[in-house]
Design a protein around this ligand. Structure first.
Ligand code: FE2
Length: 585
């Protein structure tokens, strides 16, 4: 009997041990990454070492996880769609791998997209050509993390050639996911990659090739789910985020029509034209792998690279016609950034800056000479242009093998880095960040900035007035104020001026002040009830305040010094004013 009890005990201990071993051997082998992030939903993807059922739990505060969604079948490739979310809201999440095992901490959170068309600020990190040679790829990410600090990054875009060692799943695991999971990016930011030639290395040059690791690893909007026209392809797609329309192209592979985008008319090109034409968003950003203009490790003038010449003959015209603001590419291992460019479809020898550069500023807006922001307009597009960025240095320092391309404002050799931009309403600020986290190039665009060069308003004596500068940024007012909105109280005609510290923008407000109220004698003023009353001298200085309701009468006036006074009082919820002269009653 005792022997039987003892053996039962040992069996229990062994099974508990085995059970616990099985439970705790379940691990996440690919950190969660966020796909299809929209206003109301997000698709969370992650990988486990064993095929299991799992569950994503959602929290508003990181403490109480009140919602959850389970996977429907055992798998190692988990894809959990979380819906019914609120736009522009932060959600914490954790992953339940077993009854007692969770993955997730306070760094596991995401933000849903702002409402489409809203002016809410958001930020984008982009990187291209992440070839794994030496420490550069990690350093570029470290440099960005140092630059951005604790500021949340909404979007993570890539400019293709996400991996270089064959393009299979191991390559993605080692050289993409394991690099960018070491920090906030994959867990927190919405990932919308583009595909490059090396992503296709081990596969046919066929868009949406189903066995290709890129298409297996990423879930991208093919049906216009996040705004834009349905592309029917994960190779090229578009989406809206806040007030911006993003378009991702495949510049390398053949579509179902057996055409590449640089071959001439194609399904992808038709979709692109229709998609850009249809969007009403304020900003338009297009990204893809091959650059239309470069002198880095490729030369967009050379017959050796006909795909670049052909690409340039097709795409920039479409971008010009549809007022695209920013085009991001990679492929050429260099950082190059153009001034706003338009109507330049030929070789660099055909470039004419007086024709093709509608704006002459460097756009840097950093107090250097000739560096005021670029000014774009949706109503009058004469001075608009497209800024082309070649950002193929996510895996190593660039070279300018073929010299300087004349359309470029900035060409940087010897620098690995990444490109970051923020869109804040009608302002776009962009920066190139190197491995150390330093900004080596930057530019600013303002769109639809209608400066009030001179405006006139008339107010009554002693009325208060709100004045507001038209741009987002920094302000120097003629009265010393430094905020966007100021409250003024002029007692005579006054011109208020505001500029930015670099003096790129000036606005002037000419305020005419109606003559003061006629002076009333004390007898006329008696017995006026008020809810509250403030007394000022003629220089606008407060001399007395009555916060309780009362009556303007002899007794009250007797409390004032002899002389002129402005009485501002609230009567029936309305502000009224009175100018009186008091004698020595
Ligand atoms: Fe490439």
């Amino acid at each position: 009997m005792l022997k039987s009890k003892l053996s039962s005990f040992f069996i229990l201990v062994i099974s508990l041990f085995l059970g616990s071993t099985r439970v705790y051997s379940q691990q996440i082998t690919r950190t969660p990454y966020l796909q299809m992030v929209g206003e109301k939903s997000v698709l969370i993807r992650y990988r486990t070492n064993q095929a299991i059922l799992s569950e994503v739990q959602i929290s508003n505060d990181g403490k109480t996880f009140s919602r959850s969604k389970k996977t429907s079948q055992t798998t190692t490739e988990h894809q959990v769609l979380i819906d019914s979310l609120t736009a522009s809201n932060t959600y914490f999440y954790r992953i339940r791998l077993s009854a007692s095992q969770f993955a997730g901490d306070s760094t596991y959170f995401f933000k849903t997209a702002p409402t489409v068309g809203s002016q809410e600020k958001f930020s984008v990190w982009t990187v291209g050509d992440m070839y794994p040679v030496g420490p550069y790829q990690k350093n570029v990410y470290e440099g960005f993390k140092k630059f951005v600090g604790n500021t949340y990054t909404n979007l993570f875009l890539t400019q293709g050639d996400n991996v270089y060692s064959g393009g299979n799943d191991d390559d993605f695991q080692t050289n993409f996911f394991q690099i960018y999971q070491n920090g906030p990016l994959l867990k927190q930011s919405a990932l919308f990659p583009s595909v490059g030639n090396h992503d296709y290395d081990a596969y046919p040059k066929t868009q949406d090739f189903p066995d290709m690791a890129y298409f297996q690893n990423f879930t991208l909007p093919t049906k216009g789910e996040l705004g834009g026209l349905a592309s029917g392809s994960e190779s090229y797609y578009s989406f809206d985020y806040g007030n911006t329309h993003f378009v991702c192209l495949d510049s390398y592979a053949y579509g179902k029509d057996n055409k590449r985008i640089f071959d001439g008319p194609s399904d992808q090109l038709t979709w692109l034209k229709n998609d850009l034409k249809a969007t009403k968003q304020l900003w338009k950003v297009v990204y893809f792998h091959f650059p239309p203009y470069t002198k880095g490790t490729y030369d967009s003038d050379s017959d050796k690279f006909p795909e670049l010449i052909n690409l340039r003959a097709i795409l920039p015209k479409v971008f010009d016609e549809n007022n695209v603001d920013l085009v991001l590419s990679g492929h050429s291992h260099v950082f190059e950034r153009s001034k706003p460019l338009k109507n330049q479809y030929g070789l660099s020898s055909e470039f004419n800056k007086s024709v093709h550069w509608p704006q002459s500023s460097s756009g840097r807006y950093d107090k250097s000479t000739n560096s005021c922001p670029y000014l774009f307009s949706t109503g009058n597009t004469d001075k608009n242009g497209v800024i082309y960025v070649v950002n193929g240095v996510g895996g190593g320092p660039g070279t300018l093998k073929y010299g300087l391309h004349p359309v470029m404002e900035t060409s940087l050799a010897g620098q690995a880095g990444s490109f970051y931009f923020e869109i804040n309403g009608k302002r776009l600020d962009a920066k190139f960040i190197n491995e150390e986290g330093n900004v080596l190039d930057q530019f600013t665009i303002f769109k639809d900035l209608n400066l009030k060069a001179s405006s006139t308003q008339t107010i009554n004596y002693f009325d208060k007035l709100d004045l507001s500068a038209s741009w987002s940024g920094d302000y120097v007012w003629s009265n010393g104020e430094k905020t966007k909105n100021i409250k003024v109280n002029p007692i005579e005609n006054t011109v208020f001026k505001v500029s930015d510290p670099q003096n790129c923008f000036q606005e002037s407000f000419d305020i005419k002040v109606n003559p003061p109220l006629a002076i009333q004698s004390m007898e006329e003023s008696v017995n006026i009830p008020f809810e509250s009353l403030t007394v000022y001298d003629l220089l606008g200085r407060k001399t007395k305040e009555f916060k309780q309701s009362g009556m303007i009468n002899k007794e009250l006036i007797a409390e004032l010094n002899p002389g002129l006074h402005i009485l501002i009082y609230i009567q029936n919820g309305q502000e009224k004013s009175l100018k009186i002269r008091t004698n020595s009653y």
